[in-house]
Write a protein that binds this ligand. Structure first.
Ligand SMILES: N[C@@H](CCC(=O)N[C@@H](CS)C(=O)NCC(=O)O)C(=O)O
Length: 282
């Protein structure tokens, strides 16, 4: 372990720490680093994103809405390359002062509405179109509980486990153990819930399934961190059953391709502007 003898100084200073894959974009300050105008397309909704699990949540919901014939959910999806620092451009920061994808601009409202944080975007869209979010108080509370569970839990999976297992420049047993333990505990929470229910909240698929699937479903179907074997995800049989069912939905397959610029070419789609884009590129 590189840092066995490290003693933290009195005051932490920002210098050339080797933060691994993301080291070039990590900064201890917020705000724009450069002027950059974002494109705006013709559709009511403008999405600025990338096909990471947080980005995919939104494109899956939008594709589900379009699958149901909701034309007002048509959207332009523009690529934000976080490896190149696009999230620090001035127009992006005006939509999301937190400089992270996904960010949404709803141009159909009298004054364009900005929405940031993937959970807030899911709730905004579900409420706007009256779909995928139950309205009865008890069912809504259950949906919100699982949605907020995902928002609070996934940083342990992404920023914790994923970072130290996949991205960190050295393998640190202490960190990998700590976050593997927590991720396995989280998978067990999901598995016990899904032993009783088809979807997270019962018989109906809603935005909590979309949010949790994008992280934990991807983990068990092995599109995230290549950690299926390491975490023995197959032993969470109820999570696997649920993930495979969601994975086969046409809207999910489409949503996962939007703003994707890696993997097999036929799965990539840097930008999306029209439902027919999938036909053209597939
Ligand atoms: N809590 C935020 C997290 C978003 C987030 O972490 N996005 C990552 C990609 S998955 C990002 O944009 N990272 C760029 C950076 O940290 O500079 C959400 O759910 O929207």
């Amino acid at each position: 372990m590189k840092d066995e003898t490290y003693t933290p100084p009195k005051v932490w200073k920002w210098n050339d720490q080797d933060g691994g894959k993301w080291t070039k974009i990590n900064r201890p300050i917020s705000g724009a680093t450069h002027e950059k105008t974002l494109p705006v397309g013709k559709n009511p909704l403008q999405l600025y994103s990338l096909a990471t699990p947080n980005g995919v949540k939104v494109t899956v919901l939008l594709e589900e809405l379009i699958e149901l014939g909701i034309t007002d959910a048509e959207y332009d999806a523009y690529l934000i390359n976080i490896g190149e620092g696009d999230q620090f451009g001035s127009d992006f920061v005006a939509i999301n002062p937190n400089s992270k994808i996904p960010a949404l601009l709803d141009t159909s409202t009298e004054v364009p509405t900005r929405v940031f944080e993937s959970g807030a975007i899911l709730v905004y869209l579900a409420e706007k179109f009256g779909l995928f979010l139950p309205t009865k108080p008890a069912a809504r509370a259950e949906c919100m509980s699982w949605l907020f569970w995902q928002m609070g839990s996934a940083p342990y999976l992404g920023g914790g486990f994923g970072h130290f297992y996949s991205y960190a420049p050295m393998k640190i047993e202490y960190c990998i153990d700590r976050f593997s333990m927590e991720v396995k505990r989280q998978l067990d929470v999901l598995d016990k819930n899904l032993a009783e229910r088809q979807f997270l909240c019962g018989d109906d698929y809603n935005i909590s399934d979309i949010a949790v699937y994008s992280w934990y479903g991807s983990l068990v179907v092995n599109t995230l961190y290549d950690a299926q074997e390491f975490l023995d995800t197959a032993s969470y049989t109820n999570v696997s059953r649920w993930a495979n069912e969601i994975q086969s939905r046409p809207a999910v397959l489409r949503g996962q391709r939007v703003n994707k610029t890696w993997g097999p070419e036929e799965e990539q789609m840097a930008e999306r502007h029209h439902a027919d884009d999938f036909k053209i590129s597939s």
